[in-house]
Design a protein around this ligand. Structure first.
Ligand code: ADP
Ligand code: TYD
Length: 202
């Protein structure tokens, strides 16, 4: 089973993934967690380029680098793991490309982004996507003290467009489960667990 977490920077994905991993481990499930971009040697090297605030990257190059990092993760780790009886959790997947490179950067039309996503994922689609829905203002308050990477230096209107991208996906993709990420950490965890438990029972 493949579960992904999506949402703007600072929406609480890593926090909730840690909690969910512990919860599932305690129930006896084998769980593997990866972050995007990353998760393989090649993908972590590409991540270093993508997040480095000291380099300029053309929007189409950026799209292809995120996609290249993803293809390597899928081929090297995800496809072999998903053949076994494990749960894989991803901190971001191709929906982030739709939201950031598509709605945010407007690097190429969304329909073309979807085609590139299909290639980069080797057609792998999550079973369930938790969308941690948080206002840009609240996310900014939570991450104020952290140093900003290249993506986070992209400006308010870019992030407004990214937010709208996620909103669009949550209305159009059945696998998207929007969670109120403005709640306290435990309440969010309980919302996630209750949705997942229903799915695991099936
Ligand atoms: P993301 O992985 O989406 O960037 P994080 O899990 O790293 O988000 O959370 C960003 C910051 O907000 C961290 O400092 C984290 O401790 C804090 N945080 C996470 N969830 C909540 C919450 N529900 N309420 C308040 N602060 C939170
Ligand atoms: P990261 O620190 O992992 O994200 P977060 O701040 O949510 O913990 O940084 C990854 C950055 O890359 C983040 O700003 C989102 C962006 N991104 C894209 O623009 N496109 C993508 O396809 C992916 C996976 C991430």
């Amino acid at each position: 089973m493949l579960i992904t977490f999506e949402g703007i920077d600072g929406s609480g994905k890593s926090t909730q993934i840690d909690l969910l991993q512990k919860y599932l481990n305690d129930k006896g499930y084998k769980v593997n967690v990866f972050r995007e971009p990353g998760g393989t040697d090649v993908s972590e090297m590409i991540r270093g380029m993508l997040l480095n605030p000291e380099i300029d990257i053309d929007p189409v190059t950026e799209l292809l680098l995120f996609s290249a990092a993803r293809s390597q993760l899928v081929a090297e780790k995800l496809l072999p793991l998903l053949k076994k009886d494990v749960i894989v959790i991803l901190d971001r997947f191709f929906d982030s490309t739709t939201a950031y490179q598509g709605f945010g950067r407007k690097s190429i039309p969304i329909e073309q982004i979807k085609q590139i996503n299909k290639v980069a994922t080797h057609q792998l689609v999550p079973d369930l996507t938790f969308y941690l829905r948080l206002s840009l203002k609240e996310a900014a308050e939570r991450t104020r003290q952290f140093e900003k990477d290249r993506m986070e230096l992209s400006g308010d209107s870019f992030f407004q467009n990214v937010f709208e991208g996620f909103e669009h996906l949550s209305k159009t993709e059945e696998r998207f489960k929007a969670i109120d990420a403005g709640q306290d950490i435990q309440a969010i965890h309980e919302d996630i667990v209750s949705i997942l438990e229903k799915r695991l029972e099936k």
